[in-house]
Structure formats: C-alpha cells, structure tokens
Design a protein around this ligand. Structure first.
Ligand SMILES: [Zn+2]
Length: 165
C-alpha cells in the first residue's frame, strides 16, 4: 500500500505554525527550518519542519518526516513524539502531537529546581510527575506533599549523588 505524500511549502508551514507563536531558526547541518514553540517553565517544543530554506519546500517526499521534540531550557531533549509523515493529513497529525507534548509540561519544579513533566506510566497506564533532567536527576513526585510546595528555593536538599553501580 502506498501512502500519498504531499509537498509542503515554507509559507504553508509558517501559516500552520502561526497560532503556536513559534520562533524559527535554521539548522545548519541538514539545512532544515526548526520552529520552536515556547511553553511554561522553560519548556519548548522543537518542530523539525523538513522544509529547506534554500528551496522553500519540504525535502524529497517520503525521505524523512516531521519530528517533534519537547526541550527543557533549549538544550535537553525531554521526550519526543513519533514522526509525522508528510501525508495529506499532516496538519491534523502534527497538531495532535504538539498538543500532546504541551500537555506533558507543568508549572512545577523538582527540589533541585528542574521542571517537572508528566510522564506516561508503565505499559501506557496513567502518568506520573518526573524530572525533565532524567536520567541526571531521578526525582519523581510521590505525593509526599503538595506539588506546588515541592520546590522551595530556601530548602534545596543536596544534589542526588550518582549511583556507583
Ligand atoms: Zn530534578
């Protein structure tokens, strides 16, 4: 079965991104335009458009797909969605993925001041609050106190030591 791929123009992609108030930057290595959507608590979503600034169009159809990555402080990839194929329904599919990642962000911080995200539970059941700096920080919220009080800048515990094992 063959999928129906479409060519996406730079204008078309920018129009789609407009409601998300994204900022654009150009990736030098692959020469692909990245749209960065700023979110709460230093999170952002990076959308790798596959659109080349040189041609103004998406690269060879079917050769690659649109990637969406949740970033923390623009340097740590926290989680990513499955790729969005450039089929006729790309806009609907991509919008869904952006919404899913947006809903993973929270306003809360771990005791060391990193943003907390909602991570999917085991076998896809439920979700839990975990640190965006995993695996460097393995903090997970277990309901010991109100989530809004987890981060108290005056009472930051010592940095968790890296396990020797
Ligand atoms: Zn943390």
């Amino acid at each position: 079965m063959s999928r129906q791929y479409v060519k996406i123009s730079r204008e078309e992609f920018e129009k789609f991104m407009k409601p998300f108030k994204a900022r654009t930057s150009i990736r030098s290595v692959e020469g692909e335009i990245i749209h960065r959507i700023p979110l709460q608590n230093d999170f952002s979503i990076w959308v790798y458009s596959t659109v080349s600034p040189k041609t103004g169009y998406s690269r060879e159809r079917g050769a690659d797909a649109i990637r969406t990555v949740l970033m923390y402080k623009n340097r740590k990839a926290v989680m990513r969605e499955s790729k969005t194929l450039r089929t006729t329904t790309w806009e609907k599919n991509l919008r869904q993925k952006i919404e899913d990642l947006t809903n993973r962000t929270t306003e809360y911080k771990c005791p060391w001041g990193h943003g907390l995200v909602r991570r999917p539970g085991k076998k896809g059941k439920g979700s839990f609050y975990g640190c965006s700096m995993f695996p460097e920080c393995r903090y997970t919220y277990k309901g010991e106190k109100r989530l809004s009080e987890v981060y108290d800048p005056k009472k930051v515990p010592p940095t968790p030591e890296k396990k020797a094992k």
